[in-house]
Design a protein around this ligand. Structure first.
Ligand code: TPP
Ligand code: MG
Length: 808
């Protein structure tokens, strides 16, 4: 397909815009620019009814001007095409520091005052609009959740295009206009997001219209894309499969014409591609249009300040004229700048946008600030969930062999996909690992969405699949976030070690959710569910690089009302947990589960009860002699492998120290450990001590880094009695059991630690130590000779005979 390149200077005016419309568009743009500069500078005198005085200026000037006029320009032109073609469109503000632009535009179109009635469409409201921006008690400087129409704060650059694609999946009538900063385009996530076009299904998904905002600069550097030959940029973008349309210049009139022509062309192309796929069944991948807007950074702002060029340079990035409150000359510069937009022509005496301009904006839910997709909870429908209990793995007695916990979950997820296929509101995202993570059953009912070439030997690729896989954790996370933010449901499955790639994306989403909780008008959305598997303990053929359980350490730093972390010990618990997560709202749920064959502990009824409590004494594995009497030691575990090793350690202790009273505690919901003052799931101290006893040693086998358990329990009385075993950053390609030995999480080290903490075990305890050390030595000798774990390890099974039941 050949490239389309709009030649802006040759765009015929008459065909595209009437002079009258052109003037109104320009005036609307000036109004948005005026409101933007006003937000950055003014606390009073919003209509410049009198000359500016220092007291009209905010004491602290915080905001970003440079990107703002370009975004205002884009917004007004999008308004035009929304009206012209009756488009269902949302605006994604990649350089989200252009907050003044999105706030100004949602104010101009009326949305802002509907959501915040005190910010009325008059002089008084305008004054409040200006004052609140970047002001204590007011709103942040970015396209934050407070801003109607935003689903993307853009504080951390890079995710706009992924969010845009996530938003249009399964929204065939939606177009996400996505402004991408040319600096933002240098980030890894954005650079790979161009490839999203190979996944979009033109028949059943909507369209993304990327608008690369090539204003030439970042904070203090030029941008790479602005300093390569235009031809090279064109080749780059068309190499990514797009049809770039260039709009370039700085003369407003010509630029309005060029932008209008470019957007008309883009809409026509989008409609043609969609029509071809939908009406004529054309199956080839479209080369979707995109716009490259080449305009000066800080366009229409001050040209020169202190003898230095500002407009069209990096110096326009933030507040171009600093300290006008203390310099009369600078104050005049600000006044001249504001006056250059001729506010008297734009707003009436009462401060209301004049009628002929107000009519330019779309109405009702067509306004980008009011589009329900941008407040996705409005559109959210409950998932149809099959009865998770019917996927139960039969556990007639603890210790039966399971096929791998995620493999049991997969059948449930398969039917979630199937049941929600008619509503098309559930997707599974993953970086090429859905199969490897044991979730392959989903391919019995769906495929991976794929719009690029398919060969005969490929498996499960189709344009309309419910699974979306690209080897970019950024993409998968960003797509899922966009999908959730627009009112749908989903799950990201990922290798545990590599979820760190999206640490900061998780941060941004958690922050977004936290702020939304304080905004009554933002409706609840489905939780972000992250299933971490192929975890640290079972990296048999990948080794050290694939071993890192630290994502949960990162997650628990976030607001307690947002994050949930679950480590189900077996398949039935995993089913129960996942059912809960898929029903929940406004959280980030992190679930860590294994995919390898492993013993199963709880029947479905027991699992449901255990998961509802989140933590519990496993009586069937604990000393039964006088159940209410205090044990000598608590063997606690959290995670599937730690649970196995703990139960094996209990077996050893029972055999060698039959007098010892051992209690087994299992933790599914990690946040139960925190005190309730820190996390709503936290156990009260009385319940905590009822489980962990007063003062008895706790040998805690943890899936992740031991420090996390210490951190979560530090407010608990006598927390120094917690002796935590977990991942100590020791690993390589070795046997599964050796991984636990290397990190001292294995049964022998756990038993050794118990003896160490229990001097009352006396001679029997002393005698057990060399036995355990010899077991460890034997283990090492055996694996080095045979390349696999000892038969007694491989074949170990829990047996109820290990539990002492005689009441003493
Ligand atoms: C990932 C990330 N790195 C660094 C920053 C700091 N930062 C804020 S704005 C900016 C420059 C952005 O330039 P560009 O994307 O071109 O936006 P614009 O020119 O439209 O302001 C930078 C580096 C950030 N917000 N996010
Ligand atoms: Mg830039």
């Amino acid at each position: 397909m050949s490239l389309t390149r709009a030649a802006p200077l040759e765009t015929p005016l008459a065909e595209e815009l009437s002079t009258e419309l052109l003037d109104r568009i320009d005036a609307y743009w000036r109004a948005a620019n005026y409101l933007s500069v006003g937000q950055i500078y003014l606390r009073d005198n919003p209509l410049l009814k009198r000359p500016l005085v220092p007291g009209d200026i905010k004491p602290m000037l915080l905001g970003h001007w440079g990107t703002t006029p370009g975004q205002n320009f884009i917004y007004v032109h999008l308004n035009r095409i929304i009206v012209q073609y009756d488009l269902d469109m949302i605006y994604i503000c990649g350089p989200g520091h252009g907050g003044p632009a999105v706030v100004a535009n949602s104010y101009l179109e009326g949305t802002y005052s509907e959501v915040y009635p005190e910010i009325s469409r008059d002089e008084c409201g305008m004054q409040k609009l200006f004052l609140q921006f970047s002001f204590p008690g007011g709103i942040p400087s970015h396209a934050s959740p407070e801003c109607p129409g935003s689903i993307h704060e853009g504080g951390e650059l890079g995710y706009s295009l992924s969010h845009a694609f996530g938003a249009v999946f399964d929204n065939p009538d939606l177009i996400a206009a996505c402004v991408i900063g040319d600096g933002e385009a240098e980030t890894g996530p954005l650079a790979t997001a161009w490839h999203s076009n190979k996944f979009l299904n033109p028949a059943s998904d909507g369209a993304v219209l990327p608008i690369l905002h090539l204003n030439g600069y970042k904070i203090s550097n030029p941008t790479v894309l602005a300093r390569i030959p235009r031809e090279e940029l064109e080749q780059l973008l068309s190499g990514y499969g797009w049809t770039p349309i260039f709009v370039e210049g700085d003369d407003p009139r010509r630029m309005h014409m060029a932008m209008a022509a470019a957007l008309d062309a883009a809409v026509v192309q989008i409609r043609n591609h969609q029509g071809a796929a939908r009406q004529r069944g054309v199956a080839s991948r479209p080369r979707w249009p995109m716009i490259v807007l080449v305009s000066p950074k800080g366009w229409t702002g001050p040209q020169v300040v202190d003898g230095l060029k500002v407009e069209g340079s990096f110096r326009a990035h933030q507040v171009p004229i600093t300290d006008p409150g203390r310099s009369p000359a600078r104050l005049r510069l600000v006044e001249d700048w504001l006056s250059s937009y001729r506010p008297g022509e734009l707003f009436d005496f009462r401060g209301r946008l004049i009628e002929s301009l107000a009519r330019l904006a779309p109405v009702g839910a067509r306004r980008m600030g009011s589009n329900p997709h941008a407040n996705g909870g409005q559109l959210l429908r409950d998932l149809r969930l099959p009865l998770f209990r019917s996927y139960a793995f039969a556990v007639p007695a603890p210790g039966v062999a399971g096929p791998g916990d995620t493999r049991v979950l997969a059948a449930f997820l398969r039917d979630v996909v199937r049941l929600n296929e008619p509503n098309r509101n559930f997707r599974l995202f993953g970086p090429d690992e859905t199969l490897s993570n044991g979730l392959g059953s989903v391919f019995e009912v769906t495929a991976r969405q794929w719009d690029a070439q398919t060969l005969a030997e490929d498996e499960w690729l189709a344009p309309g699949g419910r699974v979306v896989e690209m080897l970019s954790e950024h993409q998968c996370e960003g797509w899922l976030e966009g999908y959730l933010l627009t009112g749908r449901h989903g799950l990201l499955n990922c290798y545990e070690a590599f979820i760190h790639i999206v640490d900061s994306m998780f941060n941004q989403h958690a922050k977004w959710l936290k702020v939304c909780r304080g905004l009554a008008w933002r409706r609840s959305i489905a939780s972000l569910n992250i299933l971490l598997t192929s975890h640290v303990w079972r990296q048999d053929h990948n080794g050290f690089t694939h071993q890192d359980p630290g994502f949960v350490d990162h997650v628990v730093n976030k607001k307690a009302e947002i994050v949930r972390v679950y480590l189900p010990p077996d398949a039935n618990c995993l089913l129960s947990v996942m059912d809960h997560c898929l029903r929940s709202r406004d959280y980030v749920n992190v679930v860590v589960a294994g995919k390898h064959a492993s013993p199963q502990w709880l029947s479905m009824d027991e699992a449901v009860e255990h998961c509802a409590l989140g933590i519990g004494i496993w009586n069937w594995a604990s000393d039964q002699r006088g159940r209410d009497s205090c044990p000598d030691v608590v063997m606690a575990c959290c995670g599937d492998v730690p649970t196995l090793e703990t139960l094996a350690a209990v077996t050893i202790l029972r055999e060698h120290l039959p007098e010892l009273r051992v209690r087994v505690v299992n933790v599914v919901d990690l946040m139960k450990l925190q005190s309730p003052s820190e996390h709503p799931h936290g156990l009260g101290d009385t319940d905590f001590n009822a489980i962990f006893t007063f003062g008895k040693p706790v040998i805690f086998a943890f899936h992740g880094y031991p420090a996390l358990i210490h951190k979560l329990t530090y407010r608990r009385a006598d927390h120094t009695r917690f002796h935590v075993h977990g991942y100590r950053e020791e690993g390589t390609v070795t046997t599964p059991f050796d991984m636990t030995v290397l990190n001292e999480l294995d049964r022998f080290h756990l038993a050794l630690d118990a003896v160490r903490q229990l001097p009352q075990t006396g001679d029997a305890g002393i005698a057990l130590v060399p036995f355990l050390l010899e077991r460890l030595a034997e283990h090492r000798r055996y694996i080095c000779k045979h390349g696999q774990d000892l038969p007694e390890i491989r074949q170990w099974k829990w047996s109820p005979r290990h539990v002492a039941t005689a009441v003493t």
